[in-house]
Write a protein that binds this ligand. Structure first.
Ligand code: E4P
Length: 216
């Protein structure tokens, strides 16, 4: 499974990329707004750090304006993937952008049929929002399982990008159900790497080794 990082914070992206774990980045208007910096500057900087798909979302809600914004965003760097919301205007824009060779990530997917529609119009990435389904008491992963199955039934090239990941359990389940990608906030990504027994074990190994007075 590919790991994307879900943030527009360049320091976090730089740090996680240095671990060798990051295959791409997802941003959204809320994450961008948090940076307080010009959109294109942040995108350019991210593209210098990570050599993989970098999702940048449109903010228009009408197809022709979305296409215009998408084309502008795609010009920032060859790795930019335009993010369009899962609304009818977003599907129109996805279809048009895909026809022009621009990759699109359809975001805010909450049902398998929304995912199927996005795949049919040419989306490269499909983003189901797991955490937000959990927030309203639904099983977010049921839709991911269905999406994985549907895409394999018909051989669509779109990749399932599990989004709105809030916990290490979400990440584990994404891998268990065979999602192509999970996009993970920095804090959650870090949590997945730690275990107290790893730290304790290392402490003991090093203490024993120090007693030998040797160097490697
Ligand atoms: C994904 O592309 C979105 O940016 C993100 O995962 C949304 O997560 P949230 O529901 O925690 O805001």
């Amino acid at each position: 499974m590919k790991y994307f990082i879900d943030t527009a914070d360049v320091a976090e992206i730089r740090e996680a990329a240095s671990w060798g774990l990051i295959d791409g980045v997802t941003t959204n208007p809320s994450l961008m707004a948090k940076t307080g910096r010009p959109y294109h500057d942040v995108l350019r900087e991210i593209c210098e750090i990570v050599d993989g798909p970098i999702s940048a979302e449109v903010v228009a809600t009408e197809a022709s304006a979305m296409i215009e914004e998408g084309e502008k965003l795609a010009k920032v760097h060859k790795n930019i993937v335009v993010k369009c919301p899962m609304i009818i205007e977003g599907l129109k824009a996805t279809h048009a952008l895909a026809k022009r060779g621009i990759r699109v990530n359809v975001t805010l997917i909450f049902t398998p049929l929304q995912a199927l529609a996005a795949a049919k119009v040419g989306a490269s990435f499909l983003s189901p929002f797991i955490g937000r389904l959990d927030d309203i008491g639904q099983d977010g992963f049921a839709i991911v399982e269905d999406m994985v199955q549907i895409l394999s039934n018909y051989d669509y090239p779109a990749e399932v990008l599990v989004a709105s990941v809030r916990s290490t359990t979400h990440l584990l389940r994404a891998a268990e159900v065979g999602a192509d990608i999970a996009t993970v906030p920095f804090a959650v990504l870090k949590q997945t790497l730690h275990h107290p027994l790893t730290d304790l074990g290392l402490e003991r190994f090093l203490a024993d080794w120090r007693k030998t007075n040797q160097k490697i």
